[in-house]
Design a protein. Structure first.
Ligand code: PMP
Length: 396
């Protein structure tokens, strides 16, 4: 009997598999024979060995993005890093003003923090993007005021892959003395980042988008005596008193190995993934009433956000069977709302709902891309026959 084809995973922007080389290294830091000691227990050799491993990982994370080791603080992931960047800075600077600047296409961990601060009496300017998903640096210039405490704009959007001009935005912030935070979760390891030259003060990272484990991330805080951040989590003195909690040695080690591999192989990986992504789009673009969101803007290698005119994305996903794709981001689909990113780009809620996000990664194969293209074309054709009225309504 022929075995069922295995699922095709095209949801790398939600999370990646952990690279086997990472798993192997992490395993050394868990069991009774391993380096499981608390890295803060430096009174004994096992603790000091764990500490050394944590510091080695910190150096690897820093090396990928051109940062110094002391500028990297481990967190539980980028959600915490984003919350901390905003709340930590606001707490340290609240006597200077009550205004914040961000964009309408940020991740929920930024937008929800912004909304929570609004409820506490802060004013937030939400910058628009154009039809291709780009935030115009000129809009940033217009939004900054002497009262602005922070500007926060993501590097690569998690739904469309569109790259923002963080160099230009950061330069404007620098000129006005406003700290600049960048969510680099989707760009680290995929695009070159050099914090030794970029005008960025705070940057968020997550290991599980770069073939590392979930539940570990970092916040880069530029070493600058004028850039003070209050802690978000209080407790022990870990991370130089700024982020309390027992360091998750095995997670941190996995993060370090994942970022080392990204430094050594990331750009070659990105080129290969970009070719596969383009091959998938070349197949899909032959279908009718189809639109590539952000197709006119520079994009990171793995993303394809495609609107299928006239069909509902949820129904399309149903017909896709074993194809693992997303409708929006994992976080916004948990809420069941049409994508705020696509709507900010001018799509109607209906068009946003008829969109699939396909994201490719290190383990995607040519054969998977071919099967995925076929599977999508078939499902789309079936749905277009089943719901021709809806197709006409949306096409018109
Ligand atoms: N920012 C972006 C752009 C993301 O894609 C994600 C993950 N979906 C996060 C932040 C949150 O990261 P984490 O899962 O590490 O909390």
């Amino acid at each position: 009997m022929a075995s069922a084809p295995s699922p095709i995973y095209l949801d790398y922007a939600a999370t990646t598999p952990v690279d086997p080389r990472v798993i192997q290294e992490m395993a050394r830091f868990m069991g009774p024979d391993g380096l499981f000691a608390n890295p803060s227990s430096v009174t004994h050799a096992p603790g000091r060995a764990a500490r050394a491993a944590v510091e080695e990982a910190r150096a690897e994370v820093a090396a990928l993005v051109g940062a110094r080791e002391r500028e990297i603080y481990f967190t539980s992931g980028a959600t915490e890093s984003n919350n901390w960047a905003w709340r930590g800075l606001v707490a340290a600077r609240r006597d200077r003003g009550r205004h914040l600047v961000t964009s309408r296409i940020e991740h929920a961990s930024v937008l929800d923090t912004a909304q929570a601060l609004e409820a506490e009496g802060f004013r937030v300017s939400y910058l628009p993007c154009d039809r291709e998903g780009r935030v115009d640096p000129e809009r940033v210039r217009e939004a900054l005021t002497p009262e602005t405490l922070l500007c926060s704009v993501m590097h690569v959007n998690n739904e469309t892959g569109v790259i923002q001009d963080i160099q230009a935005i950061g330069k404007l912030c620098r000129e006005r003395g406003v700290p600049f935070h960048v969510d680099a979760v989707q760009s680290a390891g995929k695009l070159p980042i050099d914090l030794s030259t970029l005008p960025v003060d705070l940057m968020s990272f997550s290991a599980h988008k770069v073939y590392g484990p979930k539940g570990i991330g970092a916040l880069y805080v530029r070493h600058d005596p004028t850039l003070v951040l209050e802690p978000l989590i209080h407790g022990g003195g870990q991370e130089r008193g700024l982020r309390a909690g027992t360091l998750a040695t095995h997670q941190i080690v996995g993060f370090g190995v994942a970022f080392r591999i990204a430094r050594e192989e990331g750009m070659a990986d990105a080129a290969r993934i970009g070719r596969l992504r383009d091959a998938l789009w070349a197949r899909l673009s032959r279908l009718e009433r189809i639109r590539l969101n952000g197709g006119g803007a520079p994009r990171a290698c793995g993303h394809l956000s495609v609107s299928f005119g006239g069909v509902n994305g949820e129904s399309l996903i149903f017909f896709l069977g074993d194809l693992a794709v997303a409708q929006g981001s994992a976080c916004s689909s948990a809420r069941g709302e049409p994508s705020h990113v696509l709507q900010a780009m001018g799509l109607t809620p209906g068009e946003a709902e008829s969109t699939l996000r396909m994201t490719l990664g290190r383990f995607t194969t040519v054969e998977e891309v071919e099967r995925a293209a076929e599977c999508i074309a078939q499902a789309y054709a079936r749905l277009s026959v089943l719901a021709p009225d809806a197709a006409r309504r949306q096409a018109g």
